[in-house]
Design a protein. Structure first.
Length: 210
């Protein structure tokens, strides 16, 4: 059983940067993953799986907002049209993931889809192997063809946000894949005083973050 300790928090200014693509990449070649790696769409994502991935990948980067979500909140989000989780495995072991979300908008009386790369990352033990570049390249393609797998209007925009709590190379990685910055702002957030491990994050309850 995990030790239950109060998570110390502190206020910190965090800069959030928003990036977008307004056209699909001219070169839609698929990313080349190592022979021992596979990227698959999770056909029936569950709240348990979504929370575990969020915890295991995001703990070191202080992803904490959704650790207080209820089972139903996770279930409701996963039930939305266009919601997808893609799982990266290496030698059969979960190593990273990406969660996509669809937003249907209307302009000039024409409906279109805007795909958000909601969450993206690797587990700590797979950092430094070049998997992030390949995973992001693949997921940009899957974001652009999201409407081919769901009853959605065509995708006209793909967007993502990153912040100063994320990895040092996150912003540059998005820009190298073709994303362009369209806005940023800085706000004070109450965050865990120290980065959480994936193990810690799995067992956190709302009371631990109060």
């Amino acid at each position: 059983m995990a030790d239950k300790t109060q998570i110390e928090t502190r206020a910190q200014d965090v800069t959030i940067t928003y990036l977008q693509m307004l056209q699909a990449p001219a070169d839609k070649g698929e990313a080349v993953l190592p022979e021992n790696a596979r990227l698959e769409r999770v056909e029936h994502p569950t709240p348990e799986l979504a929370r575990w991935l969020y915890s295991a990948v995001g703990g070191p980067w202080r992803w904490y907002e959704r650790l207080t979500w209820s089972f139903q909140q996770w279930a409701d989000e996963l039930a939305e049209a266009g919601a997808e989780i893609w799982l990266l495995t290496v030698n059969g072991t979960p190593s990273g993931y990406c969660q996509l979300a669809a937003h249907v908008e209307t302009s000039n009386r024409q409906a279109h889809t805007e795909t958000e790369i909601l969450y993206f990352g690797l587990l700590e033990n797979t950092h430094g192997q070049g998997l992030g570049r390949a995973l992001l390249t693949a997921m940009v393609n899957r974001a652009w063809d999201l409407h081919t797998r769901h009853p959605l209007p065509p995708v006209k925009r793909v967007w993502v946000h990153t912040c100063t709590l994320d990895g040092a190379h996150a912003l540059a990685n998005y820009q190298r894949r073709g994303f362009e910055i369209y806005g940023s702002h800085t706000e004070e957030e109450i965050i865990p005083k120290e980065p959480l491990t994936g193990w810690q994050s799995m067992f956190i309850t709302p009371a631990d973050l109060s």
